[in-house]
Design a protein around this ligand. Structure first.
Ligand code: AMP
Length: 269
């Protein structure tokens, strides 16, 4: 019998405000340790003291899992957040998004994409042609879950990233999430920077450009951030896309390449 997997999800809030979240997909013997690690993380979130932490565990049928390769990672060193945002607009454009829509996505994250500038727990879905928001709930957004790395791929990727000075857990987590998003039907690009006031790195990713880290996307101390997925609505049925993002299990079993400096070359670093 194939080994079952479990989706482990954590989300934490303070005064009704999202402050931390994480998702893993692991084998049975890891569920206890992962639940412990995610709860511990929620207890020490930089964005506030959690007054509610929800951790859920759901069994996944191994036959439903899609397997894949992580995207290649390129790093863009920038001197400050203005240059970082300019670079992000160029990269979104390279990924296939009009400059005006790219700038709208950046502004959304800069302002806080939730109601009254709040941080969302999930992502904004943005129509890449009109700039219209597509997510049903603008407070929550769409939360991507049920993705992880196989144990061997995790070990290899961690070693590889560490060797490039990218050992921060956030890098591999974001790469995993982006890997699932880039394989989503109709998604042309993703923009992300964290709402964590101490973590200023962000990225742009797209099927056509891979995963492009940008070293500075906001000023230290700024607690706004989030994710925007830019969608070609002519290429996909929205309900099908949301179903894929929220429910389709994806396990990466092959690391991507790490390219230290982004030279602007898209397919071969
Ligand atoms: P983080 O990288 O964890 O700091 O998250 C930054 C922002 O990305 C959060 O405020 C959410 O808006 C969004 N986000 C985090 N995790 C997910 C996810 N699994 N699916 C969709 N959006 C997410």
């Amino acid at each position: 019998m194939e080994t079952p997997f479990y989706s482990v999800r954590m989300r934490a809030s303070s005064g009704g405000k999202h402050i931390a979240g994480a998702e893993r997909m692991v084998e049975q013997d890891e569920v206890g340790a992962v639940t412990f690690a995610l709860t511990t993380r929620a207890m020490s979130a930089a964005s506030g003291v959690a007054d509610e932490i929800h951790c859920s565990v759901e069994r996944i049928d191994p036959k439903t899992i899609n397997y894949g390769k992580l995207p290649d990672l390129f790093t863009n060193e920038v001197s400050g957040f203005e240059e970082g945002r300019q670079r992000a607009a160029q990269l979104l454009n390279q990924a296939g998004v009009d400059l005006a829509i790219a700038k709208r996505a950046i502004q959304l994250l800069a302002d806080g994409p939730g109601p009254n500038g709040a941080v969302m727990s999930g992502a904004v879905l943005l129509n890449m042609k009109t700039g219209e928001r597509l997510e049903a709930d603008q407070r929550r957004g769409v939360r991507v879950t049920r993705m992880d790395l196989s144990a061997a791929c995790r070990t290899q990727s961690e070693q590889q990233l560490l060797a490039h000075g990218l050992g921060h857990r956030r890098v591999l987590e974001a790469l995993t999430l982006a890997g699932k998003v880039l394989a989503a039907p109709g998604v042309v690009a993703e923009l992300c920077w964290s709402d964590d006031p101490d973590y200023t790195t962000g990225y742009v990713a797209g099927p056509a450009i891979g995963y492009r880290r940008i070293t500075t996307m906001k000023q230290r101390g700024d607690s706004k951030g989030g994710r925007v997925f830019m969608v070609d609505t002519e290429a996909v049925n929205l309900a099908g896309l949301v179903m894929y993002l929220e429910k389709q299990p994806v396990l990466f079993n092959e690391p991507g390449r790490i390219i230290r400096h982004d030279t602007g070359v898209i397919t071969d670093g």
